[in-house]
Design a protein around this ligand. Structure first.
Ligand code: GLN
Length: 285
């Protein structure tokens, strides 16, 4: 079978599973199975593919047909133009979360400062490690409750060349005095905390509901549990004049702003993502 034929068959199987962008995804899966770049594939389209490539593609396609996220199948996802390794221990980095980075860069335009950063629920590290790249003299702590997630963060910190400026700490904001181990305060605290209402998780798209780590999604009965914890610790964690910048779920920005105001923070207007949803809430100590 030719590469083109394998590509068509994979796209047909993905389409039957209700997936969009099937040509695009099939091409990425075939490139992975063949060990070629997508550009090389195009050049080889009419040639016969070796049998192991066909078998490899079938195995990868079967995973995607079960709605496993592409990022877990390929093992990486780009965020802010940087390659992040991912595993099912971490949330897949999303373009929405780039709004957190944009917000920070707008709030703190001086890039050379020796800032102290904290990322609560660091996961893949897409927020913290991107910020360490953008602020070359900053140092940062990444907190996560999951050891497996921190192993992914560490690998990404190494690969992105910022490991010497990142300290990763295991910790859980559901426990009392969790913020004490972090030795604040920080100039900037960022977080994309779990914010899905617990009862709504099973209704999310299967890629999310079945494969992404529940502890990174589950925001408790109203989705806001993590924001209450973060607000309660803000006095200890955010330095005077420092910033708190968090991602918000759709429709949550007003509630989160109220929670932060009640904790004595000065809250700014939310920043919208590319879909026009109020995606990021920022506040100052
Ligand atoms: N953005 C994710 C989603 O909508 C949720 C991430 C989170 O809970 N922080 O699927």
């Amino acid at each position: 079978m030719t590469y083109d034929r394998l590509l068509r068959d994979a796209a047909t199987a993905l389409s039957a599973a209700g997936i969009d962008n099937v040509r695009f995804e099939a091409r990425l899966l075939l490139a992975r199975a063949a060990g070629l770049s997508v550009e090389q594939l195009v050049a080889h389209g009419a040639e016969a593919a070796p049998a192991p490539v066909a078998a490899g593609l079938r195995a990868l396609t079967a995973r995607r047909v079960r709605r496993e996220p592409m990022a877990y199948i390929l093992g990486e996802r780009e965020f802010w133009g940087l390659p992040f390794k991912v595993s099912p221990a971490v949330l897949v980095p999303r373009p929405d979360s780039e709004t957190v980075i944009e917000t920070v860069l707008a709030l703190m335009p001086a890039r050379a400062q020796p800032l102290r950063l904290l990322d609560l629920g660091v996961g893949s590290g897409c927020l913290l490690l991107t910020l360490l790249r953008e602020y070359p003299n900053a140092t940062g702590i990444g907190l996560d409750a999951s050891e497996a997630a921190l192993a992914v963060t560490e690998g990404n910190a190494q690969a992105l060349g910022v490991a010497a400026r990142a300290r990763l700490v295991r910790g859980d904001w559901r426990l009392p005095d969790w913020e004490k181990a972090l030795a604040g305060p920080f100039d900037l605290v960022v977080s994309n905390p779990p914010y899905i209402e617990a009862s709504a998780i099973d209704r999310l798209m299967p890629e999310v509901a079945r494969f992404e780590p529940r502890e990174a999604l589950d925001g408790g009965p109203d989705g806001l549990a993590a924001y209450h914890r973060i607000a309660a610790a803000a006095a200890a964690l955010v330095a005077p004049g420092g910033h708190l910048v968090v991602e918000a779920g759709e429709g949550q920005a007003i509630e989160i702003s109220r929670i932060f105001e009640s904790a004595g923070l000065a809250v700014g207007s939310p920043r919208k993502d590319l879909s026009g949803i109020d995606r990021v809430v920022h506040a100052q100590q």
